[in-house]
Design a protein around this ligand. Structure first.
Ligand SMILES: C[S@@+](CC[C@H](N)C(=O)[O-])C[C@H]1O[C@@H](n2cnc3c(N)ncnc32)[C@H](O)[C@@H]1O
Length: 401
């Protein structure tokens, strides 16, 4: 067993801890930016394949104080990096500094890289090269108040890069945040969801992946650990097959949920068009026809387009497309100056649409601007703080009676 750390956005740490517990990780310990856990490599492969709310999983290797260049250089060399990749391999160092005597993160990254390549040269006579694009090994260095923590990135590309995004609109949600909103909304995995301002469709695509039990990592080709010495490809294959096997059971469950939602006669009716025969579990709308096309393309790429109906429609005149469900949406925030006043109308109209045409529904609205959400003049029955990038947001729950 070794200790690993799964990272996520602030506000989603509890959701991530629950996911890790379900995957069999042990000794879970929450931190502001993620969760420490103990596990073997098979569970780390599983975590990378299946976690929906994590951004990456790293393996901490060193922690030390450093005030001078030599401290940094000598401490880095205490770990044997030649045990991880071949001398002909490639590496990248990602550094960040905060409240430290070291103020230049590029300098820190360079010092760490020098220490590692010198170690290789002395031990093997040759050295790995730097490749910031597709390195075999990514070393993550964080300096905070002169304490350095060094870890190895087991994920490679961040885990929110699922591989299904063909394109996005202006302000897409990161995929792990969208997955986190579903957890914060305590969505049960089969209740229909409507997103009246869906943009490129991230919330609904993440919901559809979850409904079908498609592990997000099964859509990717590569993880960081695959470039390391000792990568156990058999154990990874076992985990991949186990992840894919979960889809069969979910397909049966979703079919019976759809049978309950849609009357049995509908599909059998002669003269009904293919489009009318569709039985979506998720409905996404947006005024912008370009983003609707992108949402459709993204859903196709993720293999869940049959479960989602994306249509161009203005939220102001939207009718509930189905008898019962929930709304989860991420309306525009207006980061630019001057946007706020005109956006207040959008929030007022959203409140009107919800009150008048979604009676009996619950709506979850992600807002990054309290002035805008208070323009809705609705009383939230629950509020959860969640960060969308650097923006502190609230997921506000409204019950429509
Ligand atoms: C913050 S974006 C949503 C991003 C989305 N969650 C994603 O991940 O791509 C807000 C969306 O609301 C849409 N929108 C703004 N006003 C609207 C309206 N009145 N009716 C429908 N959609 C609207 C915009 O076109 C934009 O795509």
């Amino acid at each position: 067993m070794a200790t690993f750390f799964a990272l996520t956005s602030r506000g989603l740490v509890d959701a991530l801890r629950d996911e890790l517990a379900q995957l069999g990780a042990k000794n879970l310990e929450k931190e502001p930016g993620g969760v420490y856990f103990d596990s073997n490599w098979a569970t780390v492969y599983r975590a990378n394949l299946r976690l929906r709310t994590a951004t990456r999983v790293v393996k901490p290797i060193l922690r030390f104080p450093a005030y001078k260049n030599e401290d940094l250089y000598n401490n880095i060399r205490k770990f044997d990096f030649t045990s991880l990749i071949e001398p002909e391999g490639t590496l990248a160092v990602e550094a960040s500094v905060r409240d430290s005597v070291f103020t230049d993160q590029r300098f820190v990254a360079m010092k760490v890289k020098d220490a590692i390549v010198d170690q290789f040269r002395e031990k093997t006579g040759t050295r790995p090269s730097v490749d910031n694009d597709k390195p075999d090994l990514v070393i993550v260095v964080r300096a905070y108040k002169n304490t350095f923590s060094v870890s190895l990135d087991t994920s490679g590309d961040p885990l929110f890069k699922r591989g299904y995004r063909v394109g996005t609109g202006d302000a897409p949600l990161k995929e792990h945040v969208a997955a986190g909103l579903l957890k914060l909304a305590e969505w049960d995995g089969e209740t229909p969801i409507v997103d009246p301002m869906c943009g490129s469709g991230t919330i609904l695509i993440e919901a559809a992946l979850q409904a079908r039990a498609i592990a997000p990592g099964t859509l990717r080709r590569r993880f960081g650990f695959m470039g390391w010495k000792g990568f156990d490809s058999e154990a990874f294959k076992t985990e991949l097959e186990a992840a894919i096997a979960m889809e069969d059971e979910a397909a049966i469950r979703i079919e019976s949920a759809l049978d309950r939602i849609y009357p049995a006669t509908m599909a059998a009716d002669a003269g009904v068009s293919v489009e009318e025969k569709r039985r979506p579990l998720f409905y996404g709308y947006d005024v912008d026809s370009k983003v609707i096309k992108l949402a459709q393309a993204n859903a196709r790429e993720a293999g869940v387009d049959d479960l989602i109906s994306f249509r161009r429609h203005a939220m102001e005149t939207l009718e509930a497309p189905i008898e019962k469900g929930i709304i989860i949406t991420n309306p525009p925030y207006g980061a630019r100056l001057g946007d706020e006043e005109s956006l207040k109308d959008v929030y007022r109209d959203l409140a009107f649409t919800l009150k008048s045409r979604f009676k009996g529904w619950s709506a979850f609205v992600l807002s990054g601007n309290p002035q805008l959400s208070s323009a809705m003049k609705l009383k939230a029955t629950r509020k959860s703080v969640v960060y969308n990038g650097l923006i502190e947001c609230r997921l506000l729950k409204y019950d429509m009676f």
